[in-house]
Ligand binder design. Structure first.
Ligand code: ZN
Length: 289
């Protein structure tokens, strides 16, 4: 079944849940960036968390997550839209650590540091930025702390990636559960108990649970609000590359023509490689004049 996100609400309207499968999306991220297993899990969990959070924001915003830890992985940068497009990268994709207690050591690869969540208005204007210290670097716990502290919503987040022995992504997915204003202690306690008892998110995805099944498991009786597909999608294109080249200025473009003959650019977010040939560079140069 294709990757998708589902949203649901408890019958009393006081607890909302989102769940998503991201197996193909995370596998595409792995393939594009050539990540090793620990880096794959770190990037995949962050992509999954960004899609869940983007599912709670307004249509005219984009969500971006930056994880800056002092571990070997370096920075993780991801963004996602409410429509279900996500993209992202890790600074050092070749990071792989020995497993800890039988699990990929994402916390060790990330290290200690900060989590920054930004909501960027699509129409322009200042982004809404919020920064909290990392709890464990395992991403799920860090996101739950961000939601509790910055958005003052009692939340639980589970994100997981299962990496096959050959390094490919076997399963990935996650869920987000939030108590809304007016939630009773009784409902919150009941959902908290289901969250506590639920298998790890990577296990749920591995067993082939659909997002709607996961929400039924976590929320109990719940009203499904909607489902939508999610996919790895970048916003880069030839036009952006052209604008970046124009921004280099005349002298530098002349320099590139003289030295390499052509310009090459690789998109950080998706590793797509763009080549601009000498003839096109000359045209751009003429356009400047
Ligand atoms: Zn790109």
């Amino acid at each position: 079944m294709a990757d998708h996100l589902a949203r649901a609400l408890t019958p009393d309207g006081s607890v909302r849940g989102l769940a998503v499968t991201t197996t193909a999306l995370v596998e595409e991220a792995r393939r594009r960036h050539g990540t090793l297993p620990t880096a794959t899990a770190a990037l995949g969990r962050t992509l999954t968390a960004a899609l869940l959070l983007a599912g709670t924001i307004k249509r005219d915003e984009r969500l971006s997550i930056e994880v800056s830890g002092d571990g070997p992985l370096g920075q993780i940068l991801v963004d996602a839209t409410p429509e279900g497009a996500a993209r992202g990268f890790v600074r050092r994709p070749g990071t792989h650590l020995p497993p800890r207690r039988g699990k990929l050591d994402v916390g060790g690869a990330v290290g200690r540091g900060l989590l920054c969540v930004m909501r960027v208005p699509l129409a322009g204007g200042a982004p809404y930025r919020s920064i909290v210290p990392l709890v464990s670097g395992e991403i799920g716990e860090d996101m739950a702390r961000y939601l509790a502290e910055s958005e003052q919503m009692p939340s639980a987040v589970g994100v997981g990636v299962y990496v096959e022995p050959d390094g490919s992504v076997g399963a990935a997915g996650g869920w987000l559960v939030q108590g809304l204003p007016g939630a009773t202690a009784e409902t919150l306690d009941r959902v908290a108990a289901s969250v506590e008892a639920a298998p790890p998110p990577s296990e749920l995805a591995r067993r082939g649970h659909r997002p709607a099944d996961v929400l039924a498991l976590l929320l109990g009786e719940a009203q499904l609000l909607g489902e939508r597909p999610v996919a790895f999608r970048c916003r880069c294109d030839h036009e952006r590359v052209t604008r970046a080249i124009l921004a280099m200025g005349r002298a530098e473009i002349e320099d590139v023509i003289a030295k390499d003959g052509k310009a090459e650019a690789v998109c950080e977010f998706c590793s797509e490689r763009y080549v601009v040939e000498k003839r096109r560079l000359r045209e751009l140069l003429a356009a400047i004049e």
